[in-house]
Design a binder for this molecule. Structure first.
Ligand SMILES: Cc1ncc(COP(=O)(O)O)c(C=O)c1O
Length: 399
C-alpha cells in the first residue's frame, strides 16, 4: 500500500498547517490528517500507517477499499443512478429488503440514512402500532442524538444542554427485573428499546434471561420490543444479528453503521404486525434506500452473512477475548474485559483517554466507550496477525 489516496494514484494533497477553523467544533478531532486506507490500516499524510481498531466506529466492517464495496459502487455508477426518489421502484432497494427479511425475523424493511434516524422511525412505528406513546430505554444506552433518540440516550452530558427533551421517554436501570416490571405500562408504553450489546455505554452484553423477561412483559402488555443493533448488528458479535445469540426475537430491529460499506444508510426491520399499522405518508425520507447505497448494502450483507465469514469472525473473536483476558491478568490497570465477537471493552480503574492517545502514538487506533473503557471494534476482515499486533501495542501501553 502506498500513502496516496486509495485507488486514485494521485499525489497526496499539500499538508494543511493546522486543522481548519471552518468546521464546527462539535468533534474533538485528534491525530494526523488521514489520506488513504487499505484493509485494516489507515495512512496519515506523513506516510505513517495506523492499525485501525475503530473502523469508523463500527462502520468499516469490510475494512478500507474492499473489492466488494468498490465493485458495487462502480455498478451503480455504470447504471447512472445514484439516487432515485422513493416515489418510484428501483431494484437494489427491493432486493436488499428481501435479503434482510429472508435472513431475519422481519417481514418488512424501511431504509433511512443513519442509526439515530432508524431509531426515530422505530419509535414512530411502535407508537402507531400500539396506539400508545411512552418509550422505555435503559441505563448505559446510546440510541442517537436527534430529539427523541437523545431522550432515550443515557448520557447526561449530551442531554443537559438541550433540555427540555422529548417527553414520555424514560430511562430505567439496566438488567433490573423489578424496575422494568414497574416501568412497562400496559396502558401507556408503546415500546422498549435496548441494545443487546450496549456499545457507547461501555460494551455490556446484556443478560439473555433478563432480555427474555422483558420480552414476556412486553408480550403480555402489548408493548413493542425494539432491538437497536446499529453497533452490535451485522456480524459484529459473530452472528448476522446479535439477537440470534439471546434467544429473544424483537418486533422491530434497527441497523445502520456497517450496512452500506461506509456509505450512510440505516434500516428498520419490522414484523408484519407492525407493518400492518403503517400506511403511505406515515413516514418518509428523501434519500433512504437509494440505488447506490442499497446496491452496496446488498453485497455487504451477502458478504457478511456467508457462514464461512461469520465462522471466521467467531474464531477471531474467541481468540481476541481470550487474549484480552490474558492481558488483563497481567495488567492490574485493567479491571474487567467484556465483549462478544469483535466488539470488546477493557474497563480501566482510571480514565481511558490517555491510553487511547498513547496507543495512537504507537500506530494503533482504539477509542473509548464511556470515560474508563477502551473499546476495540476492528474491521471484521482483520487478520489474526493484525489482531495480535494490535493487542501487543495495547499491552505495552497498559503495562
Ligand atoms: C447503538 C447505537 N444506536 C444508535 C446510534 C446512532 O447512530 P448514528 O450516529 O448513525 O445516528 C449509535 C451510534 O453510535 C449506536 O451505537
Amino acid at each position: 500500500m502506498t500513502a496516496t489516496p486509495t485507488g486514485t494514484g494521485a499525489a497526496p494533497p499539500p499538508a494543511p498547517a493546522s486543522p481548519t477553523r471552518a468546521l464546527l467544533d462539535v468533534y474533538a478531532r485528534v491525530g494526523p490528517l488521514l489520506v488513504a486506507g487499505e484493509g485494516a490500516e489507515l495512512v496519515g499524510q506523513d506516510g505513517t500507517r495506523y492499525l485501525d481498531f475503530v473502523a469508523g466506529i463500527g462502520v468499516n466492517a469490510l475494512g478500507y477499499n474492499h473489492p466488494v464495496v468498490r465493485a458495487a459502487i462502480e455498478r451503480a455508477l455504470d447504471a447512472g443512478m445514484i439516487h432515485v426518489s422513493n416515489l418510484y421502484r428501483t431494484e437494489p432497494g427491493e432486493r436488499l429488503a428481501e435479503e434482510l427479511v429472508a435472513r431475519s425475523f422481519a417481514d418488512r424493511a424501511f431504509f433511512c440514512n443513519s442509526g439515530a434516524e432508524a431509531n426515530e422511525a422505530a419509535f414512530k412505528f411502535a407508537r402507531k402500532w400500539s396506539g400508545k406513546s411512552e418509550i422505555v430505554a435503559f441505563s448505559g444506552s446510546f440510541h442517537g442524538r436527534l430529539f427523541a433518540t437523545l431522550a432515550a440516550t443515557d448520557r447526561p452530558d449530551y442531554r443537559k444542554p438541550f433540555e427540555p427533551l422529548v417527553p414520555g421517554i424514560r430511562i430505567v436501570p439496566r438488567e433490573e427485573w423489578a424496575a422494568v416490571d414497574h416501568a412497562i405500562s400496559a396502558s401507556r408504553t408503546a415500546a422498549v428499546i435496548v441494545e443487546p450489546v450496549q456499545g457507547e455505554g461501555g460494551i455490556h452484553p446484556l443478560d439473555a434471561e433478563w432480555l427474555g423477561f422483558v420480552r414476556e412483559l412486553c408480550d403480555s402488555r402489548g408493548v413493542a420490543v425494539i432491538f437497536d443493533e446499529v453497533q452490535c448488528g451485522l456480524g459484529r458479535t459473530g452472528t448476522l444479528f446479535a439477537y440470534e445469540q439471546t434467544g429473544v426475537v424483537p418486533d422491530i430491529l434497527t441497523l445502520a453503521k456497517p450496512l452500506a460499506g461506509g456509505l450512510p444508510m440505516g434500516a428498520v426491520l419490522v414484523t408484519s404486525g407492525v407493518a400492518a399499522a403503517l400506511k403511505p405518508g406515515d413516514h418518509a425520507t428523501t434519500f433512504g434506500g437509494g440505488p447506490l447505497v442499497a446496491g452496496v448494502a446488498l453485497d455487504v450483507v451477502r458478504t457478511i452473512a456467508d457462514p464461512a465469514f461469520l465462522d471466521d469472525v467467531r474464531r477471531k473473536g474467541a481468540w481476541l477475548g481470550a487474549r484480552l483476558g490474558q492481558l488483563a491478568a497481567r495488567c492490574p490497570r485493567v479491571r474487567e474485559v467484556r465483549g462478544r465477537g469483535l466488539l470488546w471493552g477493557l474497563e480501566l480503574g482510571e480514565p481511558a483517554a490517555p491510553a487511547v492517545a498513547a496507543a495512537r502514538q504507537r500506530g494503533l487506533l482504539v477509542l473509548t466507550a464511556g470515560p474508563q473503557v477502551i473499546r476495540l471494534i476492528p474491521p471484521l476482515v482483520i487478520t489474526m496477525e493484525e489482531l495480535e499486533r494490535g493487542v501487543a501495542i495495547l499491552e505495552q501501553v497498559l503495562a
